[in-house]
Design a protein around this ligand. Sequence first.
Ligand code: SF4
Ligand code: MSK
Length: 639
Amino acid sequence: MCEFHQGSHSHQTIDPAAAEMIEKANRENVETTWDRFEQQKPQCGFGDLGVCCRNCLQGPCRINPFGEPKEGICGADADLIVARNLLRTIVGGAASHVDHSYMALHCLKEAAEGKAPYALKGADKIKSVAAKLGIATQGKSDNALAQEIVRAALADFSSYSDEPMGWLKATVSPGLLEAWSKLGILPKNPDREIRTAMHQTSMGVDGSPINLLLSSLKMGLVDGYAGLQMGTDIQDILFGIPYPVKTEANLGVLSHDKVNVVVHGHMPEVSEKIVEWARKLEGEAIKAGAAGINVAGICCSGNEVLMRQGVPLAGNYLSQELAIITGAVELIVVDVQCFMPSLTKVAACYHTKVVTTTPIGQLPDAEYIPFTPENADVKAQETIRMAIAAYAKRDAAKVQIPTHKSEAWGGFSVETIVQALSKLDAANPLKPLIDNIVAGNVLGAVGVVGCNNVKAVQDQQTVEMVKDLLANNVLVVATGCTAHALAKYGFLTPAGAKKYAGEKLLAVLTAVGEAAGLGGPLPPVLHMGSCVDNSRIGDLLGALAGYLGVAIKDLPVAASAPELQHEKAVSIGTWAVALGVLTHVGVVPPVLGSPLVTKVLTGDLEGLTGGKFLVETDPHLAAEGMMAHIRAKRKALGI
Ligand code: SF4
Ligand code: MSK
């Protein structure tokens, strides 16, 4: 066994389990994302600044920020090229979320019509979504209501009218509708908006950077309401509203003596079925000589099945190859988004099977098991049996599972948070939280979301920033791969409250946690779910603003994506600034080549929506910047 050198990978990760596996990869000559990052250096300066254009075949054109040329062949300057590239990035993110939401919608349609083996577990959600859509509920079965909800959603996708999206109108306050209407950014049919934005950014169409930035805001709303909100609403109907659940996080959750199956990607339609059939087929694994079947999650598939099933988290985005490098993973099943094409190459060094499940998410050399809502039971059994068969091929000499893991609590939907607070004030559940904010016991709240990015030391910016926020009595909610990051270091536990929260925040968390029957404080970071679950944060902000009778932009809150990598993180951030939220990004986005775009995003935007971007790669300065904003909002509210 190689001696474990903790800290020798301090420029790559702060996670000791990840460091141990990078060491193992080096020893076993397995290439990882960090090796490929080194091979990419130096990364292209034009790309970094966003001033490279490939939108027509006369290009590529690039602008020299320090000299000539100042324009591309068609005359597009840096401002235009950067604005066009930014909108296309946001379109990429929005399209991913909207397609995800559409897949969930298709699954709900088939299930509600009795054609797919999914029970509708979220009866409460059916009622609340129907109510917000204005669908009468009395005397109707869950299935009938679900079918009406599906029709309402599909109406948005097939709308020819100039009316804004129904799902958006049903979700946001009239104040926001009016503000967005004045800006001309209310989206209509989401598919049409995505098409129009691709058209708008093609060669020889929109030459106005400002107009393109307004379309970027509109695309943020497409993401927020046709992607995040609709996706979460539909998934809660299918799989149930999450409630608090305790589990564990980090590579140490992998088992030495069980068949390890890792779910990775985003779609609970796949991962829920894998969990269900792993439980049902446990006997077959035992017959094959294993102690059972252990399912663990990577990225947002992990978050989805953690939130509703208590499945442990194996790791976030940068740990996906490392899970295979343990030598203990029999099978990794992916669906859409965030899985590296390298997975099959890494898996080839071990006995691990890689299974793809969707027509748009395939990998050469992987096993393709096409899941549909109708065949999900059959395909999930096939997948689990493939994993059981692979167990016999596990090479004990190659197995090294890090011991590191931490307890982690998840399942903090808005419904859960309200339920916990209602133990303090049943008639007025939000009042205790608001009272504590007014009294200064909770300075404010920050939603910490998004990914890992190989440009940043894995988890470091997230952890350092959140430590500062909590110590200063700022409540933190988290989703996505940052929730994994925080889970690994104990932020999602009651003990984490004692370790990280400031005195006043700890007192509040203790009062709520004890009233809710947890026998101790609430975790100082509330895990609200996957990337699409960011809509839960939007719902919470809407409820708090509604209670106080102010706009979201007036609340003492901020958002942060300290280690973002995916286009989806940019589109989520754009939705957040459209809502009026100061949104920090800890990785510099490719916009600095345009002084105009940079100025609008980090300054002028505030005059339009109340939100803007804060770009800061230092986690301590980022925390300071958000807290300064929170204090200014408190002052403006007179608290
Ligand atoms: Fe160059 Fe203009 Fe074509 Fe872009 S659209 S590649 S700037 S000619
Ligand atoms: S999975 S989008 S790396 S959070 Fe949602 Fe993680 Fe970012 Fe993918």
